[in-house]
Ligand binder design. Structure first.
Ligand SMILES: [Zn+2]
Ligand SMILES: [Zn+2]
Length: 104
């Protein structure tokens, strides 16, 4: 409890300062409001590697550049008359080859 130095009235905290409820005298508060704002920790997520095709997650060794991951590309049946409508595109050089069997 703090009292005003001028009129001995009751002081109340207003923001970080004491203000007299009687005469309105403002004094510096003894208790400084030190509220530590917690910064959100940045965690290592959402890092996208730009040098790789993120869709190339199928194990396939490219015959052109020997890269071992390829992207599976499903083609709509109406484009091709063949049953084999699955393509594998190299995640590195982009060379596309037909996939013999459909991946499960
Ligand atoms: Zn006062
Ligand atoms: Zn390749």
């Amino acid at each position: 409890m703090e009292f005003c130095k001028k009129c001995q009235g009751l002081m109340k905290y207003e923001n970080d300062k004491l203000k007299c409820t009687n005469c309105g005298n403002v004094q510096e508060g003894k208790i400084a409001a030190k509220q530590k704002i917690k910064k959100p920790e940045k965690r290592g997520s959402g890092i996208i590697e730009n040098d790789k095709n993120i869709f190339a997650d199928y194990e396939h060794i490219c015959e052109k550049c020997s890269y071992n991951k390829a992207q599976i590309i499903m083609r709509p049946p109406h484009i091709s008359d063949e049953d084999d409508i699955v393509m594998l595109r190299c995640g590195k050089c982009g060379k596309s080859v037909h996939l013999e069997k459909k991946p499960m």
